[in-house]
Design a protein around this ligand. Structure first.
Ligand SMILES: [Zn+2]
Length: 160
């Protein structure tokens, strides 16, 4: 007899007698692989913004903004997090106008998507190149965005 359950993470229905599962909560089943690969992007959005905004940070405002942005922009918590990371950590923009929240996301999402697509094509182009021949200003290393480190010219008198 099959034991049909719905995965807590991916939402797909599967047979718990045939596929490996874990209990995600006391009652909710999840694919083992979904649980292992799960990243809590909502939690990451909150901790990123808490660190950036300090006393201005409003958990309840950000919570309702995440929900609204997901609905209106057809995006995910992962993409919202990556957009904010791009805007504040990579471009180093100020949080002066953030007003305790993430209302900026719909305005910068298009720019982030274009940049992310460029990054991906650059990393494809750069795959078999030496670092000094890399195209673009940043690359993705093991899923993380890293600035390209141009090799510094070492002067002989600096060698010890
Ligand atoms: Zn799943």
């Amino acid at each position: 007899m099959a034991h049909w359950v719905k995965c807590y993470f991916c939402g797909k229905v599967f047979d718990a007698d045939k596929e490996e599962y874990i209990m995600a909560t006391a009652r909710r089943y999840a694919h083992k692989s979904c649980a292992e690969n799960y990243v809590d992007y909502k939690g990451k959005i909150h901790s990123l913004m808490k660190g950036l905004l300090g006393v201005e940070y409003s958990a309840s405002r950000i919570e309702s903004q995440i929900k609204r942005i997901k609905d209106q922009e057809k995006t995910t918590e992962e993409e919202i997090y990556k957009t904010l990371d791009y805007w504040y950590n990579i471009l180093n923009n100020s949080t002066e106008k953030a007003n305790g929240g993430i209302g900026i996301v719909p305005f910068i999402l298009g720019q982030y998507r274009k940049w992310a697509a460029d990054q991906e094509s650059n990393s494809r182009i750069n795959k078999n190149k030496k670092i000094s021949d890399y195209v673009g200003e940043t690359i993705i290393v093991e899923g993380r965005i890293e600035p390209i480190k141009k090799p510094r010219h070492v002067k002989y008198y600096e060698l010890s």
